[in-house]
Design a protein around this ligand. Sequence first.
Ligand code: MN
Length: 257
Amino acid sequence: MKLINICFCSNDKYVKFIPTVINSFIKKNLHNIITIHYIKDFEESNDLNFLRNFVSKFDNLRLKEYYKTWNFEYKGFSHIESSASMIRLFIPDIIKEKKVLYLDLDLIVNLDLYEIFKLECGETGIRLRNHTNVQRKKWWPRYMWKQIMALPREKRKGGNSGVMLLDLDKLRKNNFIEKCLKLHAKHSDGSDQYIINLYTMTKQELLEPRFNIFADEGNLIDENNDFIFHWCGGHKPWKNKNGKYDYLWNKFKVDII
Ligand SMILES: [Mn+2]
């Protein structure tokens, strides 16, 4: 039996997707004891009651709830739709554990979570997967560009914040929250992902691709039996229909009643 901490953050509109994400990992995690740390920016809702009830049906799961709001004006990506995603910057303060695996809600988890949870997080305290899209100049602040270009090509990438293993002790020691808030004050247009990348400055430890397969990399599903598939970007399986890999979401979908 392994003890695992995972974390979700959302507003009242997205809480209804959590049972589907949980449902996707149940089968491969029956031997793990999983605490689900849920950080929300609202008080109560029917969907939240459904989630509580859903989790209570599994002996190896428990749900811990936290309340946190983001008081700074959110100007991030339009497809993220919510300042609730910025709340993840406060995880090291909110969750009193040594380590947690943060997961977005636009993904399905088809693996033993301990495969990721057991990994180390290095000096930055963060392990995530690099995102090839963020090699472009406009993605990085001007003052960093020279520094970025001086790095070997494969290091010039930024991390995707949809799946992140966080060493909370290390992040607290590194004053992660304070640094992120300073970075946000300077780059208020930046999403949480952008801010996290300014914090790690390309020194993050990396997750192998199958631990966060992006929506346009479906071929990686054929090559791996155990993976996390992430609908990062604008296409969401519950919104725009007929995406090639939406069957994965529909396979695990839990209808809220
Ligand atoms: Mn996402």
